[in-house]
Each structure stands twice: as structure tokens, then as C-alpha cells.
Write a protein that binds this ligand. Structure first.
Ligand code: AMP
Length: 380
């Protein structure tokens, strides 16, 4: 019996455990919270990721370890890796944890990326904003997610406010200023690399965010074949350079016929949730296959799929469940403002049918605004 250990016990760990059941896998999830939602499906070890006794107990009970949460301290991942196989490896995790290191690697690998600068002082921020032309985003280098730890700068006049908001974090998690990219679309590549170097990508996904949080995803995205090929080649280059094993996401901005990398997520990703019903093999199943050294499954899409995130609270499920291609995912979390509590995926054999289903669901749930950009894309 193989036991997969997962550091972090949120919805990603929960969906990994659900996906691993048919493979006969056992799971052990470690989280700092006693009510972590993966604990409803797998034994949960409650402990701090820096607590060596808790990590030792975790290591003694699992055959392989992986992550649902990328901000596990890199030293803890390193410590574990001396005791049990850890995938992705701690270096890949460390690179993806730090926006500056990550963007510097993108640049070294020839992956197009917007202009950015490391910021340690207010004077550097002033100079950086001037150099980048005024429109920027100041972000924490580490520990930011879903738009948190970010300050939008519209001109040099905002430098004081930005420094007031985030300046204190320069000494702790570090800061980076990035040119604001007035993107036309946001896309992601979900990719998987196995222990023996086999590499696959799912069809590209188009994503829509609201307040920095993913709201909807559509796949396959309609993207010029050459551009999609280049994006997948960049993902492969990145994975090979990090000797990455498992699933990861490469988030990209599309502008003027060009793709610019924003960031990589070293784990299964919200923009890949559609693969559960919308692809031959889901990101969760392939992540498990990769970390266990099993053959990877086919990543082809089954028609067209749209994922809608439920943020804060779950809507009523009826409108989605009555759709022929409607699928419901309730993460079993307490409602809380801004929290990802579930998602739905609508799948259809063609784009027009998917647009119709989205319109019905959007109006039944009073979420016309959430489905509108996706319907607009499908109807274009
Ligand atoms: P991140 O945490 O970097 O993924 O940022 C969250 C969201 O903020 C992204 O998905 C974009 O919608 C927006 N965003 C982040 N960085 C930039 C940027 N440099 N230019 C424009 N929008 C951005």
C-alpha cells in the first residue's frame, strides 16, 4: 500500500486524494489548521511546517511527499527530502516561492517576461517606477497569493502610498516592482513532467480574475497554434531546467500577439480544475502518476469546458446539476469573504452548447457578470 504525503490540506490536497482513490492510494495530509478541508477525506496531521517532530512523524508515515501549498518553508522541504522522496524537488519549490528569483530564471531561459526590478528601499522604488514609466505593480517577493501583498501604482505620485502599504515588508519577504502589463487576455499552461522526464501539457486555458482572484477558466483557449506551441516549449524548458516532477502552471499575459510570463505555480492549479471532467486525464491524477513514477495519462480535452469559482459562499447547486455537462465541487469549507469554497465545471461537445449552458447557469444564479466574459469569448 502506497501512502502519498501532502503538505497543505486545502482543496487541492482534497482533490488529489479524491483522484488517487481509484489508484488504491492512501494519503496523509499535513496542515497547520485542524479544520483543513482535505482532512474530511484523508488522515490529517496538524502541525507547523517548521516543527521537526511533526515533520519526522509525517516522513515516517509516507512513501513520497508532495505539496498542495507552495509556501511551505524551503528548509522544511529540504529537511524532508533527506528522509523521503519529495516532488517537486525543494529547489523548484524555492524558485517558485520568490517572484524575483523566478522572473530572473524566466529571463535566463529566454522566456519572455515584463520589465521588473528588485526593491529594497523607497529610493529604489522611486527610481524603478520612473524607469518603468509609471504604471507598475509593487508586490511582495514571497508569500503573496491571489493578489494579496500587491499595490497598484498608476504614476510616480503613488510611490509614497505604495511604500506606506508594503515598504515594511522589504526587510522580511522582499519586494519586486513589475511593469503593469495592459494585457488583452490571461492564459495558463498546465503541464506535467514525470520522474523519467516525460512531459505533457493540457490544451491552454484562458482565465479571468476579479480582484486578483481567479473567477472563470475556459479550455481549450482559442490561441494561435504557433503561440501555444511556444508557450508549451517555454513550460518544458522551465521544467527541465528545474528537473521538475509533477504538475505545475505557467501563467501568462497575452498582449499584441505576444505572451509574457507572469508566474509559475509549483503544484496543481485552480486554472486546471476543468481537467477533472474536461480532459481524458485530470491534473490531479497526472500529478499523482508523475510523483509515483507511473505512466502519464493522455491530456487531451473532451470538448469544451468552463470552470466557475465560488468565492466566499456556495450558491445553490441545482442550476448546475441539472445541466447535462454540469459538475459540482463543494470543498466542505466554512463560508468566509474572499475564500475559495468550491467550483463548478460545465462541459459540452461544442462551444455554442457551452455558451448556452453558461447563460442558463449565470442567469439562474444571478451571476451573469461572472459568465459574461466567457460567453463573449465563446461567441466571438
Ligand atoms: P499574481 O499574484 O502575480 O498572479 O497576480 C494576480 C493577478 O493580478 C493576475 O492574474 C493579473 O490579473 C494581475 N496582475 C499581476 N501582475 C500584473 C502585471 N504585471 N500587470 C498587469 N496585471 C497584473
Amino acid at each position: 500500500m502506497t501512502t502519498v504525503g501532502i503538505l497543505g490540506g486545502g482543496q487541492l490536497a482534497r482533490m488529489l486524494a479524491l483522484s488517487g482513490a481509484p489508484l488504491g492510494l492512501r494519503f496523509l495530509v499535513m496542515d497547520t489548521a485542524a479544520d483543513a478541508c482535505a482532512g474530511q477525506f484523508a488522515p490529517l496531521l496538524v502541525g507547523d511546517y517548521r516543527d521537526e517532530a511533526a515533520l519526522a512523524e509525517f516522513a515516517s508515515k509516507v512513501d513520497v511527499a508532495t505539496f498542495d501549498f507552495e509556501n511551505v518553508p524551503a528548509e522544511s522541504a529540504e529537511w524532508l527530502a533527506h528522509r523521503v522522496p519529495v516532488f517537486p524537488n525543494p529547489r523548484a519549490l524555492a524558485v517558485a516561492q520568490d517572484r524575483l528569483v523566478e522572473k530572473t530564471l524566466f529571463r535566463e531561459l529566454g522566456i519572455p517576461v515584463g520589465a521588473f526590478a528588485n526593491i529594497e528601499t523607497r529610493a529604489q522604488l522611486q527610481a524603478g517606477v520612473e524607469q518603468l514609466g509609471g504604471a507598475c505593480i509593487l508586490k511582495t517577493r514571497r508569500l503573496g497569493y491571489d493578489g494579496k501583498g500587491q499595490f497598484r501604482i498608476r504614476s510616480v505620485a503613488d510611490v509614497d502610498a505604495a511604500w506606506q502599504a508594503l515598504g515594511a515588508q522589504a526587510a522580511t519577504v522582499g519586494l519586486i516592482v513589475e511593469a503593469f502589463i495592459p494585457f488583452e487576455r490571461e492564459l495558463s499552461v498546465i503541464a506535467v513532467r514525470s520522474r523519467d522526464g516525460e512531459f505533457r501539457t493540457w490544451p491552454m486555458t484562458e482565465n479571468w480574475h476579479v480582484d486578483g482572484v481567479l473567477s472563470a477558466s475556459l479550455a481549450p483557449a482559442s490561441v494561435d497554434a504557433a503561440l501555444a506551441g511556444a508557450a508549451c516549449a517555454h513550460a518544458r524548458h522551465l521544467a527541465e531546467s528545474l528537473d521538475y516532477v509533477g504538475v505545475f502552471a505557467l501563467e501568462l499575459f497575452y498582449r499584441d500577439g505576444e505572451l509574457l510570463a507572469n508566474e509559475m505555480a509549483p503544484r496543481v492549479h485552480n486554472s486546471g480544475h476543468w481537467t477533472i471532467e474536461g480532459a481524458e486525464t485530470s491534473q490531479f491524477q497526472n500529478h499523482l502518476r508523475a510523483v509515483l513514477g507511473l505512466p502519464l495519462g493522455d491530456t487531451r480535452a473532451l470538448g469544451h469546458a468552463c470552470m466557475l469559482n465560488w468565492i466566499g459562499e456556495m450558491p445553490a447547486s441545482g442550476a448546475v446539476l441539472q445541466e447535462a455537462g454540469g459538475h459540482w465541487h463543494d470543498y466542505g469549507k466554512e463560508p468566509r469573504a474572499g475564500r475559495k469554497v468550491g467550483h463548478a465545471t460545465l462541459r459540452a461537445d461544442d462551444a455554442a452548447l457551452l455558451a448556452e449552458a453558461l447563460r442558463r447557469v449565470g442567469s439562474a444564479l444571478g451571476r451573469e457578470a461572472q459568465v459574461a466574459p466567457v460567453v463573449g469569448r465563446l461567441s466571438a
